[in-house]
Design a protein around this ligand. Structure first.
Ligand code: PLP
Length: 338
């Protein structure tokens, strides 16, 4: 099977397993795990922030950030395609009692003007606008990259109006290897940042929440409440350190492979359109007369695993465990499918 379902399906490499096996460990709830401490310091430094917090998942890092930034009733401003709204089990309401103001962006990317229009005035009828969250790259938008100058404009607007600005950067490095922008500049734009080690970076588990010391202190408290205080988890952190050192630049290869597949899909008779592929995610819209379930089954029977991505759409994701030979095989299978 060639598994295009997600970049979360990757297996740790032998070298990654070696560093995991040899990592010095301690009880991280006591702050005694040296490997976690190194990973957190490394992440904070990369983004020019005071602290970072290692968590089991990106859902947890986002949900902690929302919880620390808001109080019940506050408005979280985000795009209608955003992961925090669509794919975190209603956690904004469930964990933090916050309300949501959705923006209608372009493939998940909104503008400073849109945010401006969504910030409520000081009126007792209205929820207090407290947090803006952006997602780069945007998953549901087809892995598209934000224009950093727009993000900077939003950051200025947030500052002026006393709102916090959070980045769901589950796939931030997929954006940065294309734009060649630095992690420091991302750190300058956002108050808080979540990055996933378990997506394209190829770790078995783990995400990092990055921000100033006070924010990370509060986040550590919330992580404990959510049941995310881990003990000898340095084995997992070791994989993260390795991935940040050796698995970032190679994301470019995933993007090249994704473009090849997107090009083939665009010429398939059963495909209506393909979102222009910028990173490692390919979203294809099926022709109206094509049944989504049947196509997924047919692809599976030929050895290609993919997922449905909303009505009439399928998603392919390239990653560490997709080889050049697999891309060639996949292209042949797609070309001859119907
Ligand atoms: C995967 C992902 C997350 C976090 O998901 P987990 O599976 O909880 O780690 C958050 N945001 C985006 C955009 C994602 O793609």
């Amino acid at each position: 099977m060639i598994d295009f379902r997600s970049d979360t399906v990757t297996q740790p490499t032998m070298k990654m397993k070696e560093v995991m096996l040899n990592a010095p460990l301690g009880d991280d709830v006591f702050r005694d795990d040296p490997t976690i401490n190194i990973l957190e310091e490394k992440a904070a430094e990369m983004f020019g922030k005071e602290g970072a917090l290692f968590c089991p998942s990106g859902t947890m890092t986002n949900q902690i950030a929302i919880n620390v930034h808001t109080i019940p009733g506050d408005d979280v401003i985000c795009d209608k395609l955003s992961h925090i709204y669509n794919y975190e089990g209603g956690g904004i309401a469930k964990n933090s009692g916050a309300s949501v103001r959705l923006l209608e962006g372009d493939s998940g990317r909104f503008t400073a003007d849109m945010v401006k229009g969504a910030i409520n005035p000081d009126d007792i009828h209205l929820p207090i606008s407290r947090l803006v969250s952006a997602e780069n790259t945007c998953n549901k938008g087809g892995g598209v990259i934000w224009d950093s100058s727009e993000l900077e404009r939003i950051a200025v607007l947030c500052k002026k109006n006393g709102l916090s600005f959070h980045l769901d950067g589950a796939r931030l490095f997929n954006a940065l290897v294309e734009t060649r922008e630095t992690t420091e500049s991302v750190g300058n734009t956002f108050d808080t940042i979540s990055i996933c080690l378990s997506k394209g970076l190829g770790c078995p588990i783990g995400s990092l929440l990055i921000g100033d010391a006070q924010f990370i202190h509060q986040s550590r408290r919330v992580r404990k409440v959510l049941g995310g205080g881990m003990r000898q988890a340095g084995m997992l952190a070791a994989a993260g350190i390795y991935a940040l050192d050796y698995h970032v630049d190679r994301l470019k290869e995933d993007h090249e492979k994704a473009k090849e597949i997107a090009d083939v899909l665009a010429n398939c008779s059963w495909v209506k359109s393909v979102i222009p592929c910028q990173t490692n995610i390919i979203v294809a819209e099926l022709n109206d007369n094509v049944d989504q379930t049947k196509i997924l089954d047919k692809l599976k029977s030929k050895g290609l695993l993919t997922v449905g991505f909303g009505a009439g759409k399928i998603r392919f994701v390239t990653h560490l465990n997709i080889s050049n030979a697999m891309v060639e095989d996949a292209k042949q299978i797609l070309k001859t499918l119907i």
